[in-house]
Design a protein. Structure first.
Length: 119
């Protein structure tokens, strides 16, 4: 059974840091792209960051460039999202997702973890 399990969310103050983790299981993800998405209330889900499992081919949304870093840990079967200098507008449910190949569909999803940034 393929699973993506996120954790690490919470309530923080603006300017704080947080690290989200996504533990993957159930198959080999070496050929997959891994992504972190977020969805705020009343808004569409948006891609925040993306990485190939090998560690390259990263992408960041303009809104998080310079503040968020996505990485993979093959030994721990984990995808990380390090977030620094958090802003109020970063408040959302964050989801981990996977797709096979750059042209594939994001068709494997985790359950999400809530990040709330307060002033």
């Amino acid at each position: 059974q393929v699973q993506l399990v996120e954790s690490g969310g919470g309530l923080v103050q603006a300017g704080d840091s947080l690290r989200l983790s996504c533990v993957v299981s159930g198959r080999t993800f070496s050929n997959y792209y891994m992504g972190w998405f977020r969805q705020a209330p009343g808004q569409e889900r948006e891609l925040v960051a993306r990485i190939h499992w090998s560690g390259g081919r990263t992408f960041y949304a303009d809104s998080v460039k310079g503040r968020f870093t996505i990485s993979t840990d093959n030994a721990k079967n984990t995808v990380w999202l390090q977030m620094i200098n958090l802003k109020l507008e970063d408040t959302a449910v964050y989801y981990c997702a996977a797709k096979l190949g750059v042209g594939g569909r994001w068709d494997i999803w985790g359950q999400g973890t809530q990040v709330t940034v307060s002033s």
